[in-house]
Write a protein of this length. Structure first.
Length: 212
């Protein structure tokens, strides 16, 4: 889920230590560290499209979110504990009356690292689009992924074996690091390698269909 701009800026201030968390959020940060050894960068209250009240917990990355999951689904026991703690804090501070009963709202998890990665790629988009290498037809950034298209499938197979794909990963990683203030690409980038042939044959040459 995309963060709203004000949510993103709030999270960055929390990460940088540039703002003190309020009572409820301070309580949730402390509770998450003690109970799950996880950092939380925001607790945002809103509503789903069908009008259900929701608490969105902002974690650092997908590994952190995985710690609160049971297989592909949220861990129900952990969600109940989170809801109970948030409701307790709402009652303590006499605020957010809709959230003072733990069974009345949904809990979801967002990740900050992904959001920062998307914005780094957006800032580097012009440099990425201008990137050139042997047999590369086009390089396209989509959200927090970089898609590299060779001209045909044979070239994709050859260059995955001869080291060119690894070289491209390194060079695009260097481009991103120039725009990466928070080190979210410190370990580099893993591009997705495909071909113009695949795009034409499987997606009618339509990048919109390919990226959906």
């Amino acid at each position: 889920m995309l963060l709203k701009e004000e949510e993103y800026q709030y999270a960055l201030k929390q990460m940088e230590g540039a703002a003190e968390p309020d009572g409820i959020f301070a309580g949730m940060k402390k509770w998450f560290r003690e109970r799950y050894a996880l950092d939380v960068y925001g607790c945002f209250c809103d509503q789903t499209a069908d009008g259900r009240f929701r608490l969105r917990i902002l974690l650092w990355n997908r590994d952190c979110r995985k710690a609160l999951m049971k297989g592909p689904n949220p861990d129900g026991k952990k969600q109940r504990k989170i809801a109970e703690e948030f409701s307790r804090l709402c009652r303590k501070y006499q605020t957010r009356t809709r959230y003072q009963e733990p069974g009345r709202f949904l809990i979801t998890y967002d990740t900050l690292e992904d959001e920062i990665q998307k914005r780094v790629i957006r800032r580097a988009e012009r440099d990425i689009a201008a990137f050139q290498a042997q047999d590369v037809w086009k390089v396209i950034p989509v959200f927090h992924r970089i898609h590299v298209f060779f001209e045909n499938d044979s070239q994709t197979e050859v260059h995955q074996k001869d080291g060119l794909c690894e070289k491209i990963n390194c060079e695009i990683g260097e481009i991103l690091r120039k725009h990466d203030r928070y080190g979210v690409f410190q370990k580099g980038v893993s591009c997705i390698f495909t071909s113009r042939q695949t795009l034409d044959e499987k997606y009618d040459g339509n990048l919109f269909y390919y990226t959906r």
